[in-house]
Design a protein around this ligand. Sequence first.
Ligand code: HEC
Length: 181
Amino acid sequence: MNVFNKLGLTTGAIAFLVLAGTLIPKTSYAEKGAAASQDPAVVRTRQQIKMLDDLFKNAIVLIDQTYVKNPSDTSAAAAGKALFAAMKKSGWYEVRLLGLTDTIGDPDDLPKDNFEKSAALKLRPGGNQTVEEVIQKDGKGYLRMATGIPVVSEHCVMCHANFKGDKGNVGALSYTVPLIK
Ligand code: HEC
């Protein structure tokens, strides 16, 4: 008598469990990089995040170029974070500004959980790839996505001396957005 029979499992049940294991959809696409989910809700939500990402990054760079003249001026990062807090308060979604270098101005910008830490490692070398993962929280599905922030202008170096000559992503935006059903 083998160990499975002792546990009361028939060969059929074992075969079913093995099959089920291969059929249960994977919720993390981050590890594979390429094989992103084609689930329509994920595709819709990914599209929304890409639109928000473009909007936020353009707004932050415009604020930086237009209003920030001296190192003592309020940074575009602080303005962006105030905007993110307002969006979260309205109940839309959550987005966090992350710093990926060794010099972080605000400890709140350190990558926090496993998703953010592994996204930080993947994004740090540079390129415009994104990292994503589908999660369930209190019975609701969310798409988490992290996108890189490179040193887009010499102006950044006025306040972040360590960014000089950095060709990688020095920061990231980390989104947690409810799946659009
Ligand atoms: C006026 C000075 C100033 C300029 C110019 C500036 N930053 Fe910042 N940046 C800051 C400050 C201050 C913080 C921390 C602010 C906070 O989180 O409230 C910060 C935070 C950040 C962070 C989050 C990590 C951290 O250190 O907290 C990133 C990423 C970042 N800036 C990137 C940029 C980029 C890219 C540019 C150029 C487009 C830029 N910054 C221009 C002052 C500046």
